[in-house]
Design a protein around this ligand. Structure first.
Ligand code: ATP
Ligand code: MG
Length: 591
């Protein structure tokens, strides 16, 4: 079953199965749940009991001047509130504890999923969305679920308690409430539907607002350069205003609902007053009973209102849950490779390889065949978008080719365990990724058990040392998010040092020298030459001067090899390569 059908089934599958899946997270917390529910019910019972004591206090203590009761009450009131506090602590603390455990587990699972998903998944999903799943969606699941449970149990118990007290004292007056109650419930549920709709719009508006701020901050230089300030201001103003309007709608809905519920309550009160004034009732009613019933009625409004939102709260949690599960259901990077290999020699064979990107229409590589012998250097040249980087992505199995064979030391790469396969390569790619850590740790990132001396040696070979020496904190300098505090060339040199330290049999240099000036390029080239000596290398280069010594040069055009040979033989062919060469040569002369 592919992912899309899985997702479809997920979204259309009934809530119970979603909930059943969610409840797996809760099964370790059974005892905690019992404690929480006990606490919540205890809390609500005490509250209801307190209201039931109004009648005796009013009628007996105050009405009949039997002050003994008041004194007893005085002794008990503090212990009762202490007990109430304890119950509250039991309920709320335990519930939050469970909630936070669930959030932590979900976050960890999502995080671990992300680092195991194939490259193609990340190609198709914006990083912002993936981050917000870990940060917000997991939080939503637990917040909404605990709120729903808290309301259901605590407010539910409170409502039952209050109704019991009311009916115990005067069922006639209490009946009035039963007539009014459902109307209140209807109003609240209509309003909460509106709330939900507006809240969704607000979330959307917030998302728009956030992403437009994010874009402008990230693209600040572009905005400055192209004088886009005015345009951005207008665009932001629209979104900002939309957000404000949505918030106002929410406020209007809230005010109207409060007002209408209060009017309804006043009707109920009017009816209660009227019934109380009937001769038959007047005889039965004492001041205490009357007060208790009216107070209980008033107290009922809030928990009832909350109870009507339980379902929507629960739905909100389940919606977030399904968004998290959709990611957890994604297939991880497939690894059917069984063979574990140690260090390979480094012979590469491409045999009639054709590959189309998962979302692509036309093949990015068509019938590619070539061999690179152990220790040899193979250079790939060709226009931008011709498929050079794709070749290296297939070697490291970031993507799986659909047709043909790719062999390493005559073993199909699909048979090799993924972790073992990737150990064979040191990759310096077009896009250097540095972590927000020190220079030293960035160099040592992939290498295991290396000494500081080895790191420094690699740094020296890659000419990292030269600029590190000028930094006040040297190798302990933090590089900033994605190495932003370093220049492009400096970042590239760190990446090269990383590759040197790895000491893998195969080196992939995807324009490793593209961000360097001529002087540094010469130094780096020298380092790379040394590095390539006993290694198989695949070198992608735009500047042909860097690959003149390659054993084999492949000229790629639109995913196909159109010419192959070494520098001299290719020049002699007078084809695409020689054209490229003369073009660059004349440019070089002009400089
Ligand atoms: P450059 O010299 O600019 O780095 P390249 O030769 O390395 O170019 P590739 O990155 O291999 O080019 O891309 C080859 C083709 O595959 C391009 O047409 C590109 O649009 C397409 N392509 C690259 N990456 C993806 C992807 N992740 N999904 C879909 N298509 C892609
Ligand atoms: Mg490329």
């Amino acid at each position: 079953m592919n992912n899309e059908t899985k997702q479809l089934m997920n979204s259309s599958s009934p809530q119970p199965s979603l909930f059943r899946r969610f409840s797996v997270y809760l099964k370790d917390f059974k005892f905690a749940f019992v404690v929480a529910i006990f606490g919540m019910i205890g809390y609500a019972s005490i509250d209801a009991w307190i209201f039931s004591q109004l009648q005796p206090i009013i009628d007996e203590s105050l009405g009949q001047q039997n002050y003994q009761n008041l004194r007893i009450a005085a002794y008990f009131v503090v212990p009762i509130f202490v007990l109430r506090g304890l119950f509250n602590f039991m309920g709320t603390y335990t519930l939050s504890w469970i909630g936070n455990q669930v959030v932590m587990r979900m976050r960890q699972q999502l995080f671990e999923k992300y680092i195991h998903l194939p490259v193609s998944y990340h190609d198709n999903h914006a990083s912002g969305g993936l981050i917000s799943k870990v940060i917000y969606d997991t939080e939503q699941v637990s917040a909404a679920a605990s709120k729903a449970l808290l309301t259901l149990v605590r407010e539910g118990a409170f409502v039952i308690g209050l109704l019991t007290v009311m009916f115990y004292y005067s069922w006639q007056l209490s009946l009035v409430f039963l007539l009014i109650g459902p109307v209140v419930a209807v109003i609240v549920s209509v309003v909460s539907k509106r709330f939900r709709m507006v809240s969704k719009n607000i979330q959307q508006a917030m998302g728009d607002l956030t992403s437009s701020v994010e874009q402008v901050i990230k693209g600040h230089k572009v905005v400055l350069m192209f004088g886009g300030q005015k345009q951005e201001k207008v665009r932001f103003n629209d979104k900002n205003n939309n957000n404000r309007q949505q918030n106002m709608k929410l406020i209007v809905a809230r005010i109207l609902s409060v007002a209408s519920i209060q009017v309804l309550a006043s009707i109920a009160l009017a009816v209660v007053l009227y019934i109380s004034s009937l001769p038959a009732m007047v005889e039965e009613l004492t001041p205490g009973i009357f007060t208790t019933v009216v107070v209980c009625m008033t107290m009922l409004l809030k928990p009832l209102k909350q109870l009507t939102t339980v379902n929507s709260e629960f739905q909100r949690g389940m919606a977030a849950c399904s968004s998290v599960f959709a990611v957890l259901d994604q297939d991880e990077e497939a690894d059917k490779g069984q063979r574990s290999v140690d260090r390979l020699k480094g012979k590469i064979t491409f045999n009639d390889v054709t590959f189309t990107y998962p979302e692509g229409q036309t093949p990015a590589l068509k019938s590619i065949s070539f061999d690179v012998g152990v220790g040899q250097t193979c250079a790939l040249v060709g226009r931008s978008g011709s498929g050079k980087s794709t070749i290296s992505s297939l070697l490291t199995r970031f993507y799986n080719h659909q047709h043909g064979d790719i062999l390493l030391d005559d073993i199909p790469i699909a048979d090799i365990k993924l972790t073992d396969l990737r150990k064979q390569f040191a990759l310096v790619s077009q896009h250097v990724t540095l972590f927000n850590d020190t220079i030293e740790n960035n160099i040592a990132y992939a290498a295991k058990n290396v000494s500081r001396e080895q790191v420094l040696k690699a740094a020296k070979i890659a000419h990292v040392e030269e600029f590190v020496e000028l930094l006040p904190e040297g190798y302990n300098t933090m590089v900033g998010e994605n190495g932003l505090k370093l220049s492009g060339g400096q970042r590239q040199r760190i990446a090269i040092a990383r590759a040197i330290l790895l000491d893998a049999p195969i080196l992939i240099l995807d324009e490793a020298t593209s961000a360097l000036d001529t002087e540094s390029e010469r130094l780096i080239q020298d380092a790379l030459d040394k590095l390539q000596q006993d290694r198989t290398s695949i070198v992608v280069a735009h500047r042909l001067s860097t690959i003149e010594n390659a054993d084999q040069i492949l000229v790629i055009e639109q995913g196909q090899i159109i010419e192959r040979g070494d520098h001299t033989s290719l020049l002699a062919q007078n084809g695409a390569y020689s054209q490229l060469h003369s073009l660059q040569f004349s440019e070089g002369k002009k400089d």
